[in-house]
Every structure is written in C-alpha cells, then in structure tokens.
Design a protein around this ligand. Structure first.
Ligand code: SOE
Length: 374
C-alpha cells in the first residue's frame, strides 16, 4: 500500500467539508505554506463554489475521488460528525494521513475503531491521525501546563470551568449538530464539552476517571415554522474526579446569552491558582495568598513550549486561527519527520473525549456516578 509521505514536496492536503471548519482548516494549511490540493463538499456544485474562497486548486465531485487522488497526502475531515468515521477509515485505508474534526465519532465504540485503524496504519509506514483540540495551541495554555508540571501550582486539588456559547439560544437557531442522526447523541458536550475536558486533562497531565452529570434541553422544538423536536442537550453540568485525586466541576452550555465562546479553566493547588479564559487568550491569571498577577504573552514570562507557539510579537494579539495554524504546522511536522511534536492531539485523545462523553450521557441517564472507560 502506498503511504503518503511528505518528501520536500510540502504539505499536500485536501479538505472534505466546505463550511466554517473547512475554511479555517484551509487557511491554516496555506498559512504554513501547504497546498490545498482540493475540496469536496456535500454536492459537486458546492465544492466548485467553495474552491476559490478556500484557495483549493481543484473541486472534487465527491469525497471518495478526493481520497483516492495520489496528489493528496493528508485528508482533513471537516464534515458533520456522522461522516467522520467512514471518511477517516477510507482515507487511512487509502494510505493517507488524516486530520479529523472533533468529536472524532458519534460514540466511543466507533471512536475506538478509528483509533485502532490509525494504530494499525502506523505498521505499514508512519501515519499521522490528529484531532484539532486546538485550544491546546494557545501559548498561555502551554504556559499553564508548564507551570503545573513544574510544580508552581503545588499539589493540585481543584479544577473547574466550562465552555459557554449562545448561538443556539433561540427557537429559530438551528444547525445540523442539533440532529442526533448527523451530530450524534450528545451535542453540547460532544461539540464543546469535549474541548473543555481535553484542555483540563492536557493542562493537568491527569485523567478524568469518573463523572456525575446532569443534562437539559431548554427548547422542545427548533428550526423553521413549527420546528422539529430536539433530542440533544443544550446544557451539561458535571462533577468529576481525576486519577490524581483532583475534584472539580464543568458547565457546558450553548444557550448562555452573551457568552460567545467562553472556554475557561481554573486550577488550584497548595501554592497557586491559574486561570485561563479563551476570550482573553493573551493572558493567564496567577493567584497567590499574598499576591495576584496577570501574565501576558511576552517572551520573559513564557516557558519554551509556550514561546514556541508565539506566532507574532508580544502585544500583537493572536487567537483562534493562529491555534489552527500551529496545530496544522505540528501535524505537518509529524507527517514530514515521523515524530509528533509534544502536545499534538491525536486519535487517542479523540477517543478519550468520546469515552468521557459516553460516561456523561450514562450518568445523566442513571443519575449516579459513572466511571470513564480507559
Ligand atoms: C461550534 O460550537 C464551534 O464551532 C465548535 O464546533 C468548535 O469546536 C469551537 O471551537 C467553536 O464553536
């Protein structure tokens, strides 16, 4: 089997899905000097219309022909969630590297099959299978992670935060993610709770082992006219504990008026507290008993791993798109060298998020604590 290898030809990627995420991925590919060899969308017409705006060299009639094209080394899967598994498995089978949007799959069993296929693909050549948990690529998140690892927080005992949005607040706010057939059985948690849990585990270097969760659907119907019944949750409130004995909470909402994309995380230990808010990503709050300070993304406060991700000089804000640019750059390095840079989120991380999501849903049903499968 041919395994796509980048050998000085640069990063040759193609994007399946021409929505918001397809645009973000395409910009990131081009920002790193890569080629967007092509795009496929839900119809050939949509792919043709998207090619120009995405900077894609070609429009493919369908995903199957894109995956089979030998100019394509890396397939970026940016479709609705129910298509992640079939497209990813076909791309791995065709010898491609894969970047698959989160949630990796609509349930943990399918995510496990994808992670196993990515592992098996490594045996016939180095193969990269990454998942854009991109908030890991904010320099101040890396700074928090470095400080926790260096013991600056002390013995960590508490972690809390959440992810709040408002774009599904009203009955006429609708999206494919609301439909479980396209998005999967968990919507708010799968879409954004997955980011919160990934960030928490990444910063702590720890693992959520058990959860107790409540979920609520605030609107019985959504969409045009009378609307359609809603079967996926708008809100999740969870308690968790970790392998290291940290306890904490998380609130996930897509109906919190005024909160646009508030992913926040606060970690407290025996020495200090650190707090990060992705709506102010250039800052990291550090609290102590005798002194509080706000660290700004500037070379003098950054650990080497955080400094590596600074893409513009201090005082020139960087944000969401730069996270994607850095994520794709690290994916490209893994493809080119066979070694993933530290912190690259891969299918095993997507599987973790899917296992936590399954435990959250099980707990919401049972009303009790549920273990997260390992
Ligand atoms: C929509 O909720 C969305 O675009 C998510 O799908 C992304 O993962 C998140 O980063 C921003 O919000």
């Amino acid at each position: 089997m041919r395994v796509s290898q980048v050998t000085g030809g640069g990063y040759r990627a193609a994007v399946v899905g021409a929505g918001f995420m397809g645009r973000v991925h395409s910009r990131a590919i081009r920002a790193g000097g890569g080629r967007v060899v092509g795009v496929a969308a839900s119809t050939p017409e949509r792919a043709r219309a998207a090619a120009g705006p995405l900077g894609a060299e070609r429009a493919f009639d369908d995903a199957a022909s894109l995956i089979e094209d030998d100019e394509v080394d890396v397939v970026h899967v940016c479709t609705p969630n129910h298509l992640h598994a079939p497209l990813t498995l076909a791309a791995l089978d065709a010898g491609r590297h894969v970047v698959c949007e989160k949630p990796l799959a609509t349930d943990a069993a399918v995510a496990a099959r994808m992670a196993a296929a990515a592992d098996a693909a490594k045996s016939d050549g180095t193969r990269v299978a990454s998942v854009p948990f991109v908030y890991r690529f904010h320099p101040m998140v890396r700074e928090a992670r470095a400080q926790v690892a260096a013991g600056a927080v002390g013995r960590v005992h508490l972690a809390h935060g959440g992810y709040l949005q408002d774009w599904l607040l009203r009955p006429d706010d609708d999206n494919w993610r609301v439909d479980p057939a396209l998005g999967g059985p968990t919507r708010a948690f799968g879409d954004i709770g997955s980011h919160f849990c990934d960030l928490l585990e990444f910063v702590l270097g720890d693992r959520i082992t058990a959860v107790s969760a409540q979920t609520t659907t605030t609107l019985p119907r959504r969409g045009p006219g009378e609307g359609a019944p809603v079967a996926t949750e708008d809100l999740v409130v969870l308690q968790f504990r970790t392998a290291a004995g940290v306890i904490g909470t998380g609130v996930v909402s897509q109906v919190s008026a005024g909160r646009k994309n508030r992913l926040h995380l606060e970690v407290s230990g025996s020495e200090h507290t650190l707090a990060f808010d992705q709506e102010q990503p250039e800052l990291l709050w550090k609290g102590g008993r005798d002194r509080n300070e706000v660290l700004m993304r500037a070379p003098e406060v950054l650990s080497p791993d955080a400094a590596r991700l600074a893409r513009v000089p201090a005082g020139h804000p960087q944000g969401y798109q730069e996270c994607f640019d850095a994520f794709v750059a690290d994916t490209a390095e893994a493809v080119a060298t066979g070694t993933a840079p530290d912190g690259l989120p891969v299918f095993a991380d997507g599987l973790r998020a899917a296992r936590i999501a399954d435990a959250v849903l099980a707990s919401a049903r049972s009303g009790g604590w549920e273990e997260v499968a390992r």
